[in-house]
Design a protein around this ligand. Structure first.
Ligand SMILES: Nc1nc2c(ncn2[C@@H]2O[C@H](COP(=O)(O)OP(=O)(O)OP(=O)(O)O)[C@@H](O)[C@H]2O)c(=O)[nH]1
Ligand SMILES: [Mg+2]
Length: 301
């Protein structure tokens, strides 16, 4: 008689340098858009939980801000959250970029992970961007020298076929236990936070250079529909640091802000499953990224 397998459940911190594909991977694993993804570095600003379930158990992924050189209080907190996350989890999924494997951030993370002492899977992501497959083996060899004994998994977060093998590895590192979150929950984020992130994603998509990095989004009000079939009305402030950034976001005759609003509203409606009205206001708030009170409001306290 075969013995019934006990479920495994636990927390997996997803860490790595900025822009390596952490949020892309968490979204792919969870099968829902949990975290916003952009081609620009420093997209994720908070630890975001994304929950995966199957018959083997539950993996609670903690998507974290990418490591980078911080220049503001906000960025220091982003990096701190990422480094702190590895201490309290059951396993760590460290994503590296196949096209730029090892930099200062990797050196720092290696030290932090050794100290944390949790089991680590080093996933070499973005292998689809390598010129040929023959380039993968040398990368594996390089990593196995840096961190002997840790699992190494080459993959592309854009390739669904690479996911099952990664999930197998992660489940093997988790303790036995019942799921910690209800099975129909895929993230711990409140609707307000999801809305702010959707607006921020459109800001990243429609502004250039330092502007999206200097901008933050706060949901000022969120009112439920008054009658059946009514609209949710959402007011959001977009904070920028300097007067000169305001017209860049607003655009000529308000066209850019309008486009941000239209694209974000579509996605918000999909998320909430009802009609939404989205009002965006751009405010200048000098040095908000060094303002502890504003950072707390944005969940970076
Ligand atoms: N070609 C390719 N692109 C990828 C892969 N994984 C992620 N990307 C792209 O890389 C960019 C960054 O992805 P993100 O998921 O936002 O990266 P991140 O590590 O979460 O970035 P931060 O939140 O800034 O730390 C996006 O344009 C993704 O589409 C991959 O395996 N292959
Ligand atoms: Mg991210």
């Amino acid at each position: 008689m075969s013995e019934e397998k006990k479920p495994r459940s636990g927390f997996v911190a997803v860490v790595g340098r900025t822009n390596v594909g952490k949020s892309t991977l968490v979204n792919a694993a969870v099968g829902e858009k949990v975290a916003i993804v952009t081609p620009k570095p420093q997209t994720t600003r908070n630890v975001i939980r994304g929950i995966y379930n199957d018959e083997r158990g539950q993996i609670i992924f903690m998507d974290t801000p990418g490591l980078h050189k911080p220049r503001t209080t906000m960025n220091e907190r982003m990096v701190r959250q990422a480094l702190d996350s590895v201490r309290s989890v059951d396993a760590v999924l460290w994503l590296l970029d196949a096209t730029a494997l090892w930099q200062n951030e990797e050196e720092r993370l290696l030290a932090a992970l050794r100290e944390a002492g949790r089991p680590v899977v080093m996933a070499i992501n973005q292998i689809d961007r390598l010129k040929n497959e023959g380039l993968v083996l040398p990368l594996i060899a390089e990593l196995s020298k840096k961190a002997p004994g840790w699992e190494i998994y080459p993959m592309s977060a854009l390739n669904k076929a690479d996911l099952p093998g990664l999930l197998d590895l992660l489940f093997s590192l988790l303790p036995e236990g019942e799921p910690l979150f209800p099975l129909d929950v895929y993230t711990d984020q409140m609707e307000r936070q999801l809305v702010a992130e959707i607006v921020r994603e459109q800001l990243f998509a429609r502004t250039r250079e330092e502007v999206p990095h200097c901008a933050g989004v706060v949901v000022e009000s969120f009112s439920e529909p008054k009658e059946e079939g009514g609209k949710v009305v959402i007011h959001c402030s977009i904070l920028v640091e300097r007067d000169s950034q305001k017209p860049i976001i607003i655009g000529r005759q308000g066209q850019n802000l309008k486009a941000i609003g239209v694209a974000a509203r579509k996605e918000i409606q999909r998320l909430l499953g009802c009609a939404a009205e989205l009002r965006l206001f751009v405010k200048v708030s000098p040095n908000w990224r060094d303002n502890p009170q504003i950072l707390r409001e944005m969940g970076m306290g």
